[in-house]
Design a protein around this ligand. Structure first.
Ligand code: ATP
Ligand code: MG
Length: 232
């Protein structure tokens, strides 16, 4: 049932990559997944056409600004997880998708420019909260960070988010060859060929930690909502 929406007005920050990593990890546990490809460039549909897509994972690509809410709601009735990938822009479509999210994940690369764009995404989440009169949980996901080095720029961005009490996932999706290769070859990380792609095991471990943390982030929120409904 949870709907997870990947959003950022900045292009190329790793939304589609993170969406596919989360979906394929969750699919690995046998969970049914609907992925909604709400980007007119259709990155997920192209990925799904390549071999290796897990059978429990369906990509829905026929979606417009007018239909996005219905498509999300329908998918949420059918599969345990719904994952929405959006275009790198601020549009009505993005706002509508956020309005149905149990978690909005905002990927950020380690630059100040990215951090500013992430702040715009957070403002959009807050605007949707007011319009739709509901709390929309969100979190920052750092992407393409170095495994080895923690840059000063990155540290200052993290400090600034922390000061402003902006939630951040502890797990980063590091810069990894295997994450690029997913879109070239299709399927999940476990299906990649070690002859062609380096360090697959580390990429799998990283993606697993990411998926685990997302699931843990969803759980207490669901429990809190259920409790609030019980009291009401
Ligand atoms: N963790 C990562 N390691 C290595 N390459 C990455 C990683 N994340 C993203 N990339 C690469 O960066 C590029 C942009 O990533 P992606 O398409 O996921 O971003 P996006 O936010 O979905 O972009 P858009 O806004 O255009 O939809 C792609 O070439 C992708 O392979
Ligand atoms: Mg994308």
């Amino acid at each position: 049932m949870p709907t997870i929406v990947f959003a950022s007005p900045k292009g190329g920050v790793g939304k589609s990559t993170a969406a596919v990593l989360l979906a394929t990890e969750l699919a690995g546990f046998g969970a049914g997944i609907s992925m909604i490809d709400a980007d007119p460039n259709k990155p997920l549909s192209r990925w799904a056409k390549r071999p290796g897509r897990p059978a429990v994972l369906e990509v829905i690509s026929d979606v417009t600004e007018d239909s996005i809410i219905d498509v999300i709601e329908e998918a949420a009735l059918k599969t345990p997880f719904v994952i929405v990938d959006l275009e790198g822009t601020a549009s009505m479509m993005v706002g509508y998708a956020m309005s149905r999210a149990d978690l909005v994940i905002i990927p950020v690369q380690g630059s100040h420019l990215d951090a500013t764009e992430a702040t715009k995404a957070i403002k959009l989440v807050r605007a949707q909260e007011r319009v739709f009169k509901r709390t929309i949980p969100y979190t920052i996901l750092f992407t393409r960070t170095s495994v080895a080095i923690r840059t000063r720029t990155f540290q200052s961005i993290e400090d600034e988010f922390a000061e402003n009490q902006i939630p951040m996932l502890r797990t980063h999706l590091h810069e990894r060859d295997a994450y690029r290769a997913l879109f070239a070859f299709g399927g999940a990380l476990s299906g990649l060929d070690p002859e062609q792609v380096s360090n697959i095991a580390a990429a799998i471990a990283n993606a697993r930690l990411f998926a685990d943390e997302v699931v843990k982030t969803l759980k207490p929120k669901k429990a809190a909502v259920a409790k609030a409904e019980e009291v009401a």
